[in-house]
Design a protein around this ligand. Structure first.
Ligand SMILES: NC(=O)c1ccc[n+]([C@@H]2O[C@H](COP(=O)([O-])OP(=O)(O)OC[C@H]3O[C@@H](n4cnc5c(N)ncnc54)[C@H](O)[C@@H]3O)[C@@H](O)[C@H]2O)c1
Length: 261
């Protein structure tokens, strides 16, 4: 399978290492990167625009860059007849973008694939939705400094937090807007379940933790589930759980395997 990338950072590096060790099963033809990016994280060439990557004939392009990249390139990729895998899934909290991507994917018979990222249990939530979900909650707990830079903590003294403090409580859609770099998980759980307006999100700055901790509760006709993920941050980017990169690797492998779980 030939794939292209958007991004040349932490996740791109993990995915590239995996693909280069896959005995040609998954080949990266090229990546779209920003001008400030350093040399390629792998053997593949890098470009500042999408067209040269599309010209190399990928079946799928993996966005592992930033939400803006999904806005900039998403519809163009689908229009070119290429599948799109999105890890900056917070972008899809935007109803306009979601509708455009869906329309283009239907028109071209292409797919937008969303890996589970830093979460677990999205399979059960999508399955349970079939018979009706009543409530879905995501409570994310991270060390205070992991929330730094987000519009939602403007004016908050994160260094001064000495006990677990709720810094956001509201809908998944509002969470994605106030914490754009951290709320991909909120958007993912919302899209799998009852949508960005109905999914409840609580974000906690907790000086007592070193991992990124996601707790999901869902209730409906199926019964009730609770899932906890305590994900190690990536060594190169504390805002990114290493599990997110592994979930992409798994999705890519799945697309090339005869037996799929
Ligand atoms: N869904 C999830 O659970 C989940 C989990 C972790 C990270 N993420 C998201 O994955 C994305 C990548 O994470 P990372 O840790 O690899 O980040 P990173 O900062 O290490 O690397 C991002 C790379 O993308 C490039 N980039 C940024 N904007 C771009 C654009 N518009 N066009 C082309 N290249 C661009 C950067 O220059 C950099 O090379 C982030 O948006 C992050 O929020 C999602």
């Amino acid at each position: 399978m030939k794939i292209g990338l958007i991004g040349n950072g932490t996740i791109a590096r993990v995915v590239t290492t995996h693909c280069e060790g896959s005995d040609g099963r998954i080949e990266i033809v090229g990546a779209v990167v920003l001008s400030e990016d350093g040399p390629s994280v792998g053997c593949h060439p890098t470009f500042k625009t999408l067209d040269p990557v599309l010209a190399m004939g990928p079946e799928l392009i993996l966005e592992c860059a930033a939400q803006q990249a999904v806005f900039d390139y998403g519809t163009q990729i689908l229009k070119a007849g290429v599948d799109l895998m999105v890890i900056s899934v917070g972008a899809l909290a935007d109803a306009g973008l979601r509708a455009n991507l869906e329309q283009e994917a239907r028109a071209q018979n292409t797919k937008v694939i969303i890996p589970a990222g830093a979460l677990a249990g999205l399979d059960a939530i999508t399955a349970a939705k079939t018979d009706g979900l009543e409530r879905v909650l995501l409570r994310t707990r991270k060390p205070p400094n992991s929330w730094a830079g987000a519009p939602g903590v403007e004016g908050v003294d994160l260094d001064g937090i000495t006990e677990p403090t709720t810094i956001f409580s509201g809908s998944a859609g509002a969470a994605a807007r106030a914490f754009p770099k951290n709320a991909n998980v909120a958007a993912a759980v919302a899209l799998a379940g009852i949508g960005v307006d109905e999914t409840q999100v609580e974000l906690i700055a907790d000086p007592g933790v070193t991992r990124n901790i996601h707790h999901i509760e869902a209730e409906g006709a199926f019964g009730r589930l609770e899932i906890d993920v305590q994900a190690e941050p990536s060594p190169n980017n504390p805002k990114t759980s290493h599990l997110a990169a592994l979930s992409i690797v798994r999705q890519l492998d799945k697309l090339t395997e005869p037996i799929q779980i």
